[in-house]
Ligand binder design. Structure first.
Ligand code: VGL
Ligand code: ZN
Length: 192
């Protein structure tokens, strides 16, 4: 398939805390970094807009166990764990979107409580290519919201990994996104 004007890339939460060794490390999450770098390069080479989200919690957040949530403390704004992985090659032109910044509100979707929708409109995005972490949380909820908002969604199936609190969560999330209308794509489907 060819990329063309109207296409945009959204990469979710490639942050140290979501990678092996991080506070909420996702198994084999590091494997997608070089793959996502190739998507970044493809969009950048064509001058197409690139969005990168980051989970950006205050030090006390409702999703943390101490506050009754289900997660260990992770992605606290300004900490090393919240930084993008050092080998993730975001171009300077990438638009960074911080999410789940409100202490009282969990937000897995990058659309929730952000200006993503407006920014996609401003940059003329109609087809949104989505990858990153985690398949069963951020990616699933973002894909669902994007489809609801009328975007044509392409799921980068070689550029996602799941938390898998239950072993099938990632597989089920992927099936659900495709059922909702997301089109699965892989690097080899993109014209060089
Ligand atoms: C996420 C777990 C905890 C996500 C955020 O956005 O995928 N997952 N916080
Ligand atoms: Zn989080």
């Amino acid at each position: 398939m060819d990329l063309h004007p109207g296409d945009g890339l959204l990469v979710a939460d490639v942050q140290n805390d979501f990678l092996p060794g991080g506070a909420l490390g996702i198994a084999r999450g590091d494997e997608i970094v070089p793959v996502l770098n190739r998507y970044l390069a493809a969009f950048r080479a064509r001058g197409l807009p690139i969005f990168a989200s980051r989970d950006w919690h205050p030090p006390v957040h409702c999703s943390f166990r101490e506050q009754g949530g289900i997660w260990p403390v992770h992605c606290v704004a300004g900490t090393q764990g919240a930084e993008f992985h050092r080998d993730f090659h975001l171009p300077p032109s990438a638009i960074v979107i911080s999410k789940a910044t409100d202490p009282k509100q969990e937000a897995y979707s990058v659309f929730e409580g952000t200006t993503l929708d407006e920014q996609l409109r401003e940059t003329g995005v109609q087809r949104l290519f989505i990858g990153g972490l985690a398949t069963d949380y951020c990616v699933l909820n973002t894909v669902r919201d994007a489809i609801t908002r009328g975007y044509a969604v392409y799921l980068l199936t070689d550029g996602i990994r799941a938390v898998n609190l239950k072993p099938d969560d990632g597989r089920k999330a992927e099936e659900e996104m495709i059922r909702l209308g997301a089109v699965p794509v892989r690097l080899e489907n993109l014209a060089a």
